[in-house]
Structures are given as C-alpha cells and as structure tokens.
Design a protein around this ligand. Structure first.
Ligand SMILES: [Zn+2]
Length: 256
C-alpha cells in the first residue's frame, strides 16, 4: 500500500518526545507523502525543521482559528517569508471554529487576510471549518480559493458548491466513529472522485476501535479500507485516487 497523508501535525506537542525518531521510522515505509499542516506561529520553526529533514514531507504555514488570540501583528509577513521555501506548498490551516469561544471577528479577519495572501501568491489553502459553516461558506464564496476543505462533516450542499469551483475534500478516521460519522459519510458520498483526498489530522484522530492511542500517518490505511467499503470500490482504486489527487492539489505532479 502507498499512503499519501494530506494533513498531519507532527509539529504537535504529542510528538515532542520522539518526533524525529518516529519520522525516521517512516522513511522507506508505506507512507510515501505527508503534508505537515501548521496551526500557529509558535510552531513555524518546527514545521520548517520537519520539511527540511525529510524528502517525503512537505508543509503548510498558517494560523488555525483556535490560535488567533495569541497571533502577533507581524504574522502575515512571517507567513509571506516562509512560504517562499520550495517545500512549503500551501497556506493554512485557516478558517473558522465556533466550537470554542475564540472571538469571531478576529477569526474572520485572520482567515480573510490569509485567503488574500494565498490569492496574491497563487497558493492552495487548507480550510478548517468547525460549527461555522454559514460564515465560512460566505467568506469562501468571495474568494473561491483552490485547496482543501479538510476533515469536513458539514452540509452536503457545501461540498457540492466548493467542489464545483475546484476545491478538494479530505477524509480521515472520523468515518469510523459510529456516534458521529453520519455527516462525514454523507459528505464522502457527495464528493466526486476527482476532488477526494485522505488525511489523518494526527495525532488526534485514531480509528474508533483504538481511540485512546496516538494516531499517525500509517492510520490512513484504515481510512482507505473504510472508504472502499462505504463506496463499494476496491482499496486499490481509493489508494490510487488519493495519491493522484494529493499530488495535484499541492502541485507536485512531477512526483507522480
Ligand atoms: Zn489540522
């Protein structure tokens, strides 16, 4: 099996103890590609260190909505500088998260500023939308960015609209949680194959039968299996589609 994980967080504190030992172990494994997604300025350096160390790991730089209150004024300039690096292939993750109490106006401002930067630099974006579908879609409609709506379990109509203008939707082991997988499965069923991606969002989203342990990119294998079962296609087809689309969305087709 070949795994192309389009959204992982190896900069996360849960990997502080064994980050490079763990990633060394993935070299020459079934994990062929990882996009290490960034969440806030505090981890910019760690993301850069990870992508510099490993050929198969690329990165994004950006501010997740949950970190907006601790974001310094010069953040946009810092992003602008770092995304020039040839292995930083997207801006994000960015978006809106109304699950926590972070101020909505500030979330929107930082989301919009990053979308504008991505447009100016012609880079794909990674979008986080949790419990904020209406506002998120209203903003996305204005910019119609290219990139990924990640780990999405919102309205199916939103999947249809954003994939129509060319965005991708990524799925992880959320699909395996019987308590709340229904919206994720509905979105999976509505996603055209040429807009479909796989991710883990590790370390926080293990398969439901092992929910206590730290998750990592190898857990994409379970996502591939689950998608094949749900959509009644072969695992090989899911694997191949996920690979081709991952390289397309991050503009790495020359790696195919
Ligand atoms: Zn993430």
């Amino acid at each position: 099996m070949e795994i192309y994980d389009t959204h992982a967080h190896y900069e996360d504190a849960m990997f502080d103890k064994d980050r490079f030992e763990f990633l060394d172990g993935l070299v020459d494994s079934e994990v062929k590609f990882i996009l290490n997604c960034c969440s806030d300025v505090e981890v910019f350096d760690t993301v850069m260190e990870i992508v510099n160390r490993y050929d198969f790991i690329y990165g994004s730089i950006g501010i997740h909505p949950h970190w907006v209150t601790s974001t310094p004024d010069d953040y946009l300039e810092r992003i602008r500088k770092l995304v020039k690096h040839k292995k930083i292939v997207a801006i994000g993750e960015m978006g809106l998260d109304y699950f926590f109490d972070d101020p909505k106006d500030l979330q929107k401002r930082i989301f919009i500023e990053q979308l504008e930067l991505a447009k100016e630099l012609d880079m794909p974006v990674i979008i986080h939308d949790r419990d904020a579908h209406e506002d998120c879609l209203e903003i996305l409609r204005k910019y119609k960015p290219v990139g990924i709506l990640h780990r999405f379990g919102g309205p199916v109509e939103m999947v249809k609209e954003v994939t129509d203008w060319g965005m991708y939707i990524s799925f992880n082991n959320d699909l395996t949680y019987p308590e709340w997988n229904k919206p994720h499965i509905d979105c999976l069923m509505a996603t055209p194959w040429d807009r479909f991606l796989i991710e883990t969002d590790c370390p926080y989203a293990s398969p439901s039968n092992e929910r206590e342990r730290r998750c990592d990119s190898k857990d994409c294998a379970n996502v591939i299996k689950e998608v094949a079962r749900l959509r009644n296609v072969s695992e090989e087809f899911v694997e191949k589609t996920a690979k081709e689309n991952a390289l397309k969305v991050y503009r790495l087709e020359d790696k195919l």
